[in-house]
Design a protein around this ligand. Sequence first.
Ligand SMILES: [Zn+2]
Length: 174
Amino acid sequence: MTAKGHMTLATTVALISFNTLPYFLLLSFKKLGIIYFSAIIGSIFPDIDEENSYIGRRLPLFSIITSSIFKHRTLTHYLILPLIIAIAGLFTSGLNQLICFSFAFGILMHDVGDMLTKGGINGFFFPLFSNAKIALLPRALRFYTNSIAEYMIILFLTAINLFLAYLLIKRILH
Ligand SMILES: [Zn+2]
């Protein structure tokens, strides 16, 4: 999935949560902003293992090091990464905890996005099932990265995203 796809997916799920889950209904606009921003960064972070990705081009040194150690769609795409970050978050509090959880959520949403592509993620449950390719739908329903199908999904999610942002802002202003 492209960076645009990852960001759109993560922000749509974040906005659905902001509009429906009681926990978020009580949070300040500032905190929602921090969650939203951390989720966006998390949603593009795993592709740091690919020098030519959106984030790889912005953090070239970090990306060159990561991509020379790991193959694309390996360690930075495994479930263990958001789990470790979320567990680390349990040992912090306040805004740091919020950032850890939101960043971990963003990474998880990245993985969901990649698992909707034809490629899926090999070894997602590392260290378990290390040779299993994990995906979310039957292959025929998944799409190729950067394909017309992906752009249609991005367009659809963007429309939902804008509507949910409108609902949220309306609620906050009233
Ligand atoms: Zn990826």
